[in-house]
Design a binder for this molecule. Structure first.
Ligand SMILES: NC(=O)c1ccc[n+]([C@@H]2O[C@H](COP(=O)([O-])OP(=O)(O)OC[C@H]3O[C@@H](n4cnc5c(N)ncnc54)[C@H](OP(=O)(O)O)[C@@H]3O)[C@@H](O)[C@H]2O)c1
Length: 294
């Protein structure tokens, strides 16, 4: 069972697991936005608002899934800052609903978390580094992680970082699609050079989660790309890749933006544990671009 199946990750997760032969119950808040997919597995779609405890219990007791991959969340940082109650009720309340139902009806829980659980003062974070979120979004993900960590069924927490790629159907903006679109329209863009991330190719993240599901792995795993880049460097590489005009990209500091939510400056995730215990090996950033858009 997958929550958030209409999202950027969710769509790639359904594809990856269906191709691997799994029988999938894909759930999302809205209508089914998944394209037709290949593979030997099967998938069904069911609308499910995770903030609705009764609906979560009904779905889970009916389906009794071996594994629940919980990817649904309010994921936009500024939206979380501006509507803290909604963000809390989905990201924390919704996760509690999933956990309570999974404890009764499911075999294993995989929860999707973020590099924004860290304060971004140091960068290159390992799984056991101290959590100290600087945004409401990050705070809700930490609260949810704590609840998952106390679950009475086997669990895994997957933290990832700046996911990029195309949705299989529909649009969901991410840094690459944003830079590409602006430069294609010959618009000037300001991109920060004082933040650091390990951008993650969405299909690699889906693969990492498939490895966790296959091994029923437990504990916290960092699943992200292997290159450490600033958003400014990401924008330059994107311009190069699509042969777009780099002179439209202006290098700036985060201080020029007045956004509702604070971004942690230096994150980036160390992936040594996932490499060693899962055999996870992501593509480099340019390889990711080539695979998705080449
Ligand atoms: N994208 C990133 O850069 C990034 C980085 C770090 C961590 N993550 C984490 O990875 C996970 C997946 O992210 P994503 O990029 O795939 O996000 P996304 O594209 O924003 O998708 C999130 C999905 O959550 C669903 N959702 C929202 N509220 C819901 C509710 N009340 N009930 C049920 N479903 C609900 C939405 O469903 P509908 O579309 O059907 O409304 C949406 O499709 C999230 O947990 C996120 O926190 C993402």
């Amino acid at each position: 069972m997958i929550t958030g199946a209409n999202g950027l990750l969710g769509q790639h997760l359904v594809k990856e697991l269906k191709e691997a032969g799994y029988a999938i119950l894909a759930t999302g808040k809205g209508e089914d936005r998944l394209p037709s997919l290949g593979g030997t597995g099967t998938y069904r779609y069911s609308s499910l608002d995770i903030a609705d405890k009764t609906a979560v219990e009904a779905t889970m007791s009916r389906e009794k899934p071996d594994v629940v991959i919980h990817a649904a969340a309010v994921t936009q940082l500024d939206e979380c800052e501006l509507d803290q109650d909604r963000c809390f009720s989905v990201n924390v309340g919704g996760t509690s609903n999933i956990i309570v139902a999974a404890e009764n009806h499911a075999g294993h829980l995989v929860y999707l978390s973020t590099d924004f659980v860290f304060d971004g003062e140091r960068g290159n974070y390992a799984e056991d580094d101290p959590l100290n979120p600087v945004s409401w979004y990050g705070f809700t993900k930490v609260r949810a992680e704590t609840t998952v960590g106390a679950a009475k069924i086997p669990w895994a927490i997957v933290r990832t970082c700046l996911v990029y790629g195309n949705t299989l159907q529909g649009t969901r903006s991410n840094i690459i699609t944003w830079v590409k679109e602006k430069l294609e329209n010959k618009e000037r863009i300001k991109v920060v050079s004082d933040q650091v991330r390990t951008p993650t190719y969405v299909a690699d993240l889906a693969k990492g989660i498939r490895l966790i599901v296959g091994k029923r792995a437990q504990g916290i795993f960092h699943i992200s790309g292997k290159d450490t880049l600033t958003p400014y460097e990401i924008a330059l590489k994107t311009a190069d890749f699509f042969s777009l005009d780099k002179s439209l990209i202006e290098k700036v500091d985060a201080s020029v933006f007045s956004q509702p939510g604070k971004r942690p400056p230096r994150t980036g995730l160390l992936i040594g544990k996932a490499r060693k215990e899962l055999g996870f090996e992501p593509l480099g950033f340019e390889e990711g671009l080539k695979t998705m858009w080449g």
